[in-house]
Design a protein around this ligand. Structure first.
Ligand SMILES: Cc1cc2nc3c(=O)[nH]c(=O)nc-3n(C[C@H](O)[C@H](O)[C@H](O)COP(=O)(O)OP(=O)(O)OC[C@H]3O[C@@H](n4cnc5c(N)ncnc54)[C@H](O)[C@@H]3O)c2cc1C
Ligand code: FES
Length: 508
């Protein structure tokens, strides 16, 4: 693969990104869902199935956000580990976390079967093995904690079934799964429409209101609804409260050719930090080994080539891959206390609901969101409500430490408002790339397109004014504070910002 080739996930290369007509004018619905990723589409589907008149709005396309960038392991073997989760939420909390993720895996399978969605849903075992230098005690502690959480059938084995390298001792987690995420979302889209729901893409939402007549609106359109669900991955309805409790990370993925039987079909993870995650995917061009890892905090580095190279080197040492066919990256929101934020608006706005804090389990968290929000909106009691409550307070030491660390890092980013400069002048910016420059004291995000035209906008993120950073892998401006992302010319790709970066005049 040429190093200049653009990042593109194997999912986007093998399934269409579905578009629907943008919404024009004012309309009403029982439930308006903002965001057509796994969280929004599952919520819309389950409510449509329950007889609600649902309307989905997305600024981009169905699956055009992080669900198109995932690796779609469907796992209840949680990456923060039951041992840590138990310390924060107790044994009951760990048990509810296990039950909810396992229920999500089962529900996805049931929906795919009921709706006839051909998305390659496949049940598999998952194997957790040690990163170099890690002690086997770690596996023993996790085995005990997972069993206490109610995870039946977890066992310690001398090695995972891979023959090309010795993983050493590992844990086997039964009843995990995988699928093709875009094919699944496209199937949900068909089902929602069949059930009488409406989907509008290209409909960027900038206004949200709770209340007895909740509302979502944007340029030239608006929806009044009994309930509004904000499933924009990072909520655009909340200025502070959730964003101080989660941190954005960028994770990197390669998909490389491998002989059909060379790696036993399973999910694999190591205990590294960041950890590696591995699965297989069949395509028309043959079997691919999909390997992720090498995460960094959003906007803190711009070295995707080195991250992909490190992933490839790690993979070649262990698995018999040949050519790398796809590589991409995506953003993950990591909650400081490990659990997603799913439920009522934490600022007390009635009939406004959020789903965020996906971490490495956004596919199951997004499905849990659909199940839990569906119940909350229909006033059906749900045992997971408290665990995922966006207004919860985690007072045990580990999350408090993470909370302080995350917010000190945000505070440090504000120094860049005064200091940051990537290039002295626009002449130094190569076509297809961007850099932060200074116009006097103001930081400017300058992007030179392939034709050589320079596009300039303010480099101050429209959420809370941190300085955005150029992401050369995804060609976007990424905010290091809370993960807002903008296109090269300043349009919002990802919240919490909902307003674009304002254009700036050329320097005189
Ligand atoms: C590299 C990588 C690997 C991962 N691997 C796994 C894995 O193996 N297993 C797993 O469970 N999870 C994994 N995850 C996490 C998981 O994929 C994501 O958490 C999940 O897909 C997020 O779904 P979502 O619906 O919350 O958000 P998204 O899919 O991002 O959907 C949000 C939607 O909201 C829209 N939107 C945003 N702002 C607005 C606005 N203002 N107006 C209108 N629309 C808006 C966006 O266009 C987008 O379509 C991974 C993530 C990454 C990046
Ligand atoms: S995302 Fe909060 S300041 Fe940019």
């Amino acid at each position: 693969m040429e190093s200049s080739e653009r990042s593109r996930s194997v999912w986007k290369a093998t399934a269409p990104l579905r578009q629907f007509a943008p919404l024009k004018g004012e309309t009403t619905a029982d439930v308006c869902v903002v965001g057509a990723g796994i969280a929004g589409m599952t919520t819309a589907y389950l409510l449509a199935k329950a007889g609600k008149r649902v309307l989905v709005l997305d600024g981009n396309a169905v699956g055009g956000g992080e669900t198109g960038q995932t690796t779609a392991h469907l796992s209840s073997a949680l990456d923060d580990r039951y041992d840590s989760i138990e310390q924060v939420f107790g044994q009951d909390g760990a048990r509810l976390a296990y039950e909810s993720h396992q229920a999500a895996i089962e529900r996805i399978g049931a929906i795919a079967a009921e709706e006839g969605i051909d998305c390659g849903y496949e049940r598999l075992d998952g194997y957790l093995f040690l990163a170099p230098g890690h002690s086997p005690d770690l596996l023993d502690d996790e085995l005990t904690a997972a069993r206490r959480a109610g995870f039946e059938g977890v066992e310690r084995l001398p090695r995972a079934p891979v023959t090309t390298f010795d993983t050493g001792p590992c844990l086997r987690f039964p009843r995990q799964a995988q699928l093709h995420p875009l094919k699944y979302l496209n199937g949900l889209a068909d089902a929602i429409v069949k059930l009488g729901g409406t989907i509008h893409t290209g409909s960027h939402v900038t206004e949200l209101e709770g209340g007895t007549r909740a509302r979502a609106g944007g340029a030239g359109f608006g929806v009044t609804a009994v309930a509004v669900v904000v499933a924009t991955n990072s909520p655009i309805s909340d200025l502070f409260s959730i964003h101080t409790k989660q941190e954005p990370y960028r994770s990197f993925v390669i998909a490389a050719k491998v002989a059909e039987q060379a790696v036993p079909r399973a999910l694999y993870w190591d205990t590294g930090d960041p950890y590696h995650y591995v699965r297989l995917q069949e395509t028309d061009g043959g079997t691919l080994l999909v390997v992720g890892g090498e995460d960094h905090k959003t906007g803190h580095e711009d070295d995707a080539e080195a991250r992909w190279a490190a992933l490839e080197a790690w993979t070649r040492e262990r698995f018999p891959i040949t050519s790398v066919e796809h590589r991409w990256s995506g953003q993950v929101m990591e909650p400081v206390d490990y659990m997603a934020f799913i439920g009522r608006d934490p600022n007390g706005q009635d009939n406004l609901y959020v789903a965020t804090g996906d971490s490495g389990h956004g596919m199951t968290h997004g499905t849990i969101a659909g199940m839990l929000l569906g119940d909350l909106i229909q006033a059906v009691p749900n045992p997971w409500t408290e665990l995922y409550d966006p207004a919860r307070k985690s007072l045990s030491p580990a999350p408090v430490k993470e909370f302080v660390k995350a917010n000190v890092d945000v505070a440090l980013q504000y120094a860049d408002v005064v200091l940051q400069k990537d290039a002295e002048s626009e002449d130094a910016i190569a076509p297809g790339t961007g850099a932060v420059l200074r116009h006097g004291t103001h930081p400017v995000a300058a992007f030179r397109d392939e034709q050589g035209v320079v596009h300039r906008c303010s480099a101050l993120c429209t959420h809370l004014k941190c300085v955005v950073q150029w992401n050369s892998a995804e060609r976007s401006w990424d905010c290091p504070c809370h993960g807002s992302r903008f296109s090269p010319t300043g349009e919002v790709l990802n919240g919490p910002a909902s307003a674009p970066l304002p254009p700036v005049e050329a320097p005189r």
